[in-house]
Ligand binder design. Structure first.
Ligand code: GRF
Length: 218
């Protein structure tokens, strides 16, 4: 099987990109082939350069130009937004329907939408008094953080959490969830309609050892 080519869109430091690069380096199922940044100073670009190989890197001149965004994804079958802070223009969403996914650091549909990114998400979770947060991977459609949910992984909120400690706990789970979702979708051939991936066994956290498995993931 030829690995499914994956484009990763980034704006920030790129720890999720790194998790994908590491997890998929030798995967027969999926491979990061392109990294597309909305800004030239995104730290993620450095990670892409360090990964070397045949990885293409692109900096978008106009992230609001649908033609440029679609062209930048090249021959990727799957497009992953990993800390990408620009809106995907509607015409690009339409062209790439059900092939663009995003990771969000909370349990959508709560704590999402315009302006809900980074620390603000975790501040809002803490202010709400919720006992659970987590990571969500969902399809990108025309509305921020509203496309169909593919998979979620819960994380406990502790009474002494700050936005930083909660963010760090969620991020660890993001790094495990995102590669699993990408591989699961690739194994399914990147279906042309939304799929929901259901955790094998309990998705709840036991003794700080969260474990979510999809399909035949060991
Ligand atoms: C992650 O928390 C992700 O959920 C959100 O942006 C952050 C990106 O972090 N969409 P990184 O750049 O992958 O380190």
């Amino acid at each position: 099987m030829t690995p499914v080519p994956v484009a990763v869109l980034v704006s920030g430091g790129g720890t999720n990109l790194q998790a994908l690069l590491d997890a998929l380096r030798d995967s027969p199922v999926a491979r990061v082939t392109r990294v597309v940044a909305s800004r030239a100073d995104a730290g993620a670009l450095e990670r892409a350069r360090r990964a070397g190989g045949s990885l293409a890197t692109v900096v978008l001149a106009r992230p609001d130009d649908p033609g440029e965004v679609v062209a930048a994804t090249g021959d990727a079958r799957l497009v992953v937004l990993a800390g990408y802070l620009k809106r995907i223009p509607a015409a690009a969403v339409a062209r790439l329907r059900w092939r663009v996914i995003n990771i969000h650091p909370a349990l959508l549909p709560a704590f999402g939408g315009p302006g809900m990114y980074g620390r603000r998400v975790h501040d809002a979770v803490l202010a709400s008094g919720a006992a659970l947060s987590g990571a969500t991977v969902h399809y990108v459609d025309e509305e921020y953080d509203r496309g169909p949910i593919i998979a979620q992984w819960p994380v406990p909120v502790r009474p002494d959490d700050t936005a930083d400690t909660l963010a760090a706990r969620v991020l660890q789970v993001e790094h495990r969830l995102l590669p699993r979702v990408v591989e699961a979708l690739a194994r399914l051939g990147v279906p042309e309609k939304p799929v929901r991936l259901v955790a094998a066994g309990s998705a709840f956290v036991v003794a700080d050892q969260p474990s979510v498995r999809f399909g035949d993931d060991p």
